[in-house]
Write a protein that binds this ligand. Structure first.
Ligand code: CA
Length: 457
C-alpha cells in the first residue's frame, strides 16, 4: 500500500499540547489533520494571514507562521499549490514527521519559542473554512449497495438495483459552489414537487421531505492530465485525505426531477463538510479489506482490480449521526444519536472510484472532492439517511419486503416531538472516528448544520 504504518503511528507518542493527550480527543499527535484558516485572531492580525493549519488537541498550528519563524521549510504561499506540491513529491509524510517532531513531548524547540503565540492558537479563536479549494470540482458517488438497494426499493419497488450497479461505481457531477463549512446555517430549499394524484400541474413550495446523507469525502491531492487515466495501483497516491460530508437532500424535489438525468436541485442547495482533512498517512493503521462481494456477484473489471485494493482498499471509520431540535436545545437537552454506520461496508472503494472517474481521460485536480455516497449498513441502526431510518421496508428479508416510501415510522425525540424528515430549527451533527486495538484513536471532528425556514420570496 502507498501509505505504510510507521513510527508516526506509535500509540505511546504524546504531545506537550496537553489537550492532545486526552484519550477521547479526535486530534492526538498521531492524527495532525490539515485545515484552512480564515481571517485573523484578535490582537494578532498578522500571525494568521496564513492559510494552512494543522489541528492538535484544542489548538491550531499555523504552518505559514512556522515557515516565517524558520521552523518549517519554505513552501508556496497558496495552500493548494502547497498541497499539490507535497502530494506530487510525496512530502506529506515528511511534513507529518516534521510536525510530529515539533509537537512531541520532550521537544521544547517550538514549545519554548518566544513567538509561540504567533504560531499556535486555540481553535475557539480561529475561523475555519472548508478544507477544499473553492473552485474544486465535486463528484458524488453512490457506493453503498445497502443504501442503493434501500432507496431503489422506495423509488422503484419492482426494480430496486439497476443492472449496472455491480459493474460501475455510480456517480454524478455535483455543485462545488454550494459546499459550505461545518456550522453554516442551511436554508430549506423551495422547488417543484410531483403533482398530487389526479392533478396535472406539479406542486411548488418549501421542501417537505428534507433529509441528510452521511457520507465521507475524499480530497484529491495530485491530479492527472486530461486524456490520461489513473491506474488503480496509483489511485491512492492521488488522494490527500478524507473529511465528513453531509449531502443534504430534498427528497420530494428529487423524486420529481431525478429521471432521466439524475440529481439536480434536490442536492445542490448545500453540502456541508467537516473542516479537517485527515491525511491518508494518518489513516494507515485503520485500513481493511473492502466489503466482500456475495457469491455470484460479478468481479470488477481489471481496471478496478488490484491486490492492494482487495486486501486493504477499505477504511474502518465509525460514522455517527446526531440530531438536536430547536426545542431540545432550548430545554438544554443533549442531541440524540440517530445512527451508527461504518465506512468499511462500502461496495466500492475510494481507489476504485478514482480509477473509474479517470478511465475515460477525465482529469482530477487538486482540491476536488469525491463524495462516497450515503454510508448504510445492513441493519436499521446503520442506515445513513432519514429516508432509510424511518422506512419500514426490509430489502434484506427473503423474499424482499418492499413497502412504499410513504409508510414511515417516525423517530421520537425526548421532547415528545416526532421526526420523519428534518424540521426547521433541527441541527444535524455528524461525527467520524477510527479505533483499532494497539493504535491511538483518531477522529474527523464534526460536521454540523442547522436548518432555517425556507425563503418564500
Ligand atoms: Ca449523496
Amino acid at each position: 500500500m502507498p501509505y505504510a504504518i510507521d513510527e508516526t503511528h506509535d500509540p505511546n507518542l504524546k504531545s506537550w499540547v496537553e489537550s492532545a493527550n486526552d484519550p477521547q480527543s479526535d486530534f492526538p499527535i498521531q492524527n495532525l489533520p490539515l485545515c484552512s484558516v480564515l481571517g485573523s485572531v484578535e490582537d494578532e492580525p498578522e500571525a494568521v494571514s496564513a492559510h494552512i493549519g494543522v489541528r492538535i488537541g484544542d489548538m491550531i498550528l499555523v504552518l505559514d507562521a512556522l515557515v516565517q519563524h524558520g521552523l518549517l521549510e519554505e513552501t508556496e504561499d497558496d495552500w493548494w499549490v502547497f498541497v499539490e506540491d507535497i502530494a506530487e513529491s510525496g512530502q506529506t509524510g515528511n511534513l507529518r514527521k516534521r510536525l510530529q517532531h515539533l509537537l512531541r513531548e520532550g521537544n521544547n524547540e517550538l514549545r519554548d519559542h518566544p513567538q509561540l503565540d504567533e504560531m499556535l492558537f486555540p481553535v475557539s479563536e480561529v475561523e475555519l473554512s472548508t478544507p477544499i479549494l473553492a473552485s474544486g470540482d465535486y463528484t458524488d458517488f453512490y457506493a453503498s449497495i445497502n443504501h442503493a438497494t434501500n432507496v431503489g426499493s422506495m423509488f422503484r419497488p419492482d426494480n430496486p438495483l439497476l443492472p449496472n450497479y455491480k459493474h460501475i461505481p455510480i456517480g454524478y457531477h455535483g455543485r462545488a459552489s454550494s459546499i459550505v463549512p461545518s456550522g453554516t446555517r442551511i436554508k430549506r430549499p423551495v422547488g417543484q414537487q410531483a403533482p398530487d394524484e389526479g392533478a396535472r400541474t406539479p406542486n411548488f413550495g418549501p421542501c417537505k421531505l428534507l433529509d441528510y446523507e452521511m457520507e465521507m469525502g475524499a480530497i484529491i491531492g495530485r491530479g492527472n492530465e486530461l486524456g490520461s487515466r489513473i491506474p488503480i495501483e496509483e489511485a491512492e497516491d492521488h488522494i490527500l485525505g478524507m473529511c465528513i460530508l453531509n449531502d443534504w437532500s430534498a427528497r420530494d424535489l428529487q423524486k420529481w426531477e431525478y429521471q432521466p438525468l439524475g440529481p439536480f436541485l434536490a442536492k445542490n442547495f448545500a453540502s456541508t463538510v467537516s473542516p479537517y482533512i485527515v491525511t491518508m498517512e494518518a489513516l494507515a493503521p485503520f485500513r481493511c479489506a473492502g466489503a466482500v462481494r456475495p457469491e455470484g456477484d460479478p468481479q470488477p473489471l481489471p481496471y478496478m482490480t488490484s491486490e492492494d485494493n482487495s486486501k486493504a482498499g477499505g477504511v474502518d471509520i465509525t460514522l455517527e449521526v446526531w440530531l438536536a431540535s430547536a426545542q431540545m436545545r432550548e430545554q438544554g437537552m443533549e442531541p440524540i444519536k440517530l445512527s451508527t454506520g461504518n465506512f468499511r461496508d462500502m461496495y466500492w472503494t475510494m481507489a476504485q472510484m478514482v480509477a473509474h472517474h479517470s478511465v475515460n481521460g477525465c482529469n482530477m485536480q487538486p482540491g476536488d472532492l469525491l463524495g462516497s455516497g450515503t454510508v448504510s449498513g445492513t441493519t436499521r441502526e446503520s442506515r445513513g439517511s432519514l429516508l432509510e431510518l424511518t422506512w419500514d421496508g426490509d430489502p434484506f428479508a427473503n423474499p424482499p419486503k418492499l413497502v412504499p416510501g410513504t409508510q414511515r415510522t417516525p423517530i421520537k425525540l425526548p421532547t415528545g416531538e416526532e421526526r420523519k424528515f428534518i424540521a426547521d430549527g433541527d441541527e444535524i451533527i455528524m461525527k467520524a472516528y477510527c479505533e483499532r486495538e494497539g493504535y491511538r484513536r483518531i477522529g474527523f471532528g464534526e460536521c454540523r448544520g442547522i436548518i432555517e425556514p425556507a425563503d418564500l420570496g
